[in-house]
Design a protein around this ligand. Structure first.
Ligand code: UDP
Length: 250
C-alpha cells in the first residue's frame, strides 16, 4: 500500500494530502477496501459547521481531497503547505480512464442527475474508455419505492466503484447511509459531474480554474447559486480570523 496521506485540519474539517490520489484509489479497488471519497471545498466546509451529521460523515470518510481553491489557499496560508488542487471531477475522470485501461473488469455504477443524465454519462464514458465496465445507471430523482429498488440492484450487482451525483450534502449523507450495501466499493460524491459528462453543462475554462475563479463561472451559469456562494467570503473571513488568533497565540 502506498504511503498514508498527511491529514490537515481546515477549520476543524480533515483534508488528506498525498501526491497521487488516483493510484491510491486504484489500490483500494484492487484490495476491495471500502472507501468513501469526499471532495472538500470552502462551501462544504461551511455547511459542515452548521450540519453536525455532515461533519461526522466527513470525519469518518477514508479520503477527503482538496477539491476547492479555498481549501488549497487555506493550507498555504495556515500550514505553509504547497498542495495541488484536486477537483473531484478530474479525480473521477482519471480513475475511470485508468480502470478502463488497467482493471478492465471493474464494475462501475453511476447514480444521480436528472432522468437520462447518468445514462448519457455512461454512453460518453463508453466512448472515452471502451473497456470500462459500467454495470448500471440510475437517475437522482425518484420515489422512495424506486430508491428501494435501486438499493436492491446495488446489493445484487456489487459494483466496485459507485459515483453518486446528488449535490452536497445529499450525496455525502446518502453514501454514509448506504455504503454498507456494497462494503468493498469505492463511493465518490461527484456533484454535478454527470451534467458535464452528458454535455448538458460545461465546465469553466481552464484559465478561470487556474486563477481560482471557477466559482465565478458557476455563478454566471447558475445565478441562483449566489446565496450558497456567500459561504465563500464567510470561509475566507473565518480563515483570516483563525490565522490572526493563531499568530497571537504563538
Ligand atoms: N440532483 C439529483 N437529485 C436531487 C438533487 C440534485 O440527482 O434530488 C443532481 C442534480 O441534477 C445535479 C447534481 O445533483 O446533477 C448537483 O449538482 P451541483 O453542481 O449542484 O453539485 P454541488 O455543487 O452541490 O456539488
Amino acid at each position: 500500500m502506498s504511503k498514508s496521506p498527511k491529514v490537515f485540519s481546515v477549520l476543524g474539517i480533515p483534508v488528506h494530502v498525498m501526491s497521487n490520489y488516483p493510484s491510491w484509489l486504484l489500490e483500494c479497488v484492487q484490495q476491495s477496501r471500502g472507501t468513501h471519497v469526499i471532495t472538500l471545498n470552502a462551501e462544504m466546509t461551511m455547511q459542515a459547521e452548521r450540519n453536525s451529521t455532515l461533519a461526522k460523515v466527513i470525519h469518518d470518510a477514508e479520503l477527503v481531497i482538496p477539491d476547492g481553491a479555498g481549501v488549497v489557499l487555506y493550507l498555504k496560508w495556515l500550514f505553509w503547505q504547497k498542495v495541488q488542487r484536486c477537483p473531484g471531477i478530474e479525480l473521477a475522470e482519471t480513475l475511470l480512464r485508468e480502470l478502463g485501461q488497467k482493471q478492465k473488469g471493474t464494475k462501475v455504477f453511476f447514480y444521480g442527475g436528472a432522468p437520462g443524465i447518468a445514462a448519457a454519462s455512461a454512453n460518453f464514458w463508453q466512448q472515452q474508455a471502451p473497456n470500462l465496465h459500467v454495470v448500471g445507471t440510475h437517475s437522482g430523482y425518484h420515489s422512495p419505492e424506486e430508491e428501494e429498488k435501486l438499493r436492491q440492484t446495488l446489493v445484487q450487482l456489487q459494483p466496485q466503484v459507485i459515483l453518486v451525483g446528488l449535490g452536497v450534502p445529499r450525496q455525502e449523507l446518502w453514501i454514509a447511509q448506504n455504503r454498507h450495501l456494497c462494503p468493498h466499493a469505492i463511493w465518490i460524491g461527484v456533484g454535478g459531474s454527470f451534467d458535464i459528462w452528458s454535455g448538458s453543462k460545461t465546465r469553466a475554462p481552464a484559465w478561470l480554474g487556474n486563477n481560482n475563479l471557477e466559482w465565478l463561472y458557476r455563478l454566471y451559469q447558475e445565478p441562483w447559486r449566489w446565496r450558497r456562494m456567500l459561504a465563500l467570503p464567510e470561509f475566507a473571513l473565518k480563515a483570516f480570523v483563525y490565522r490572526l488568533t493563531e499568530k497571537s497565540a504563538i
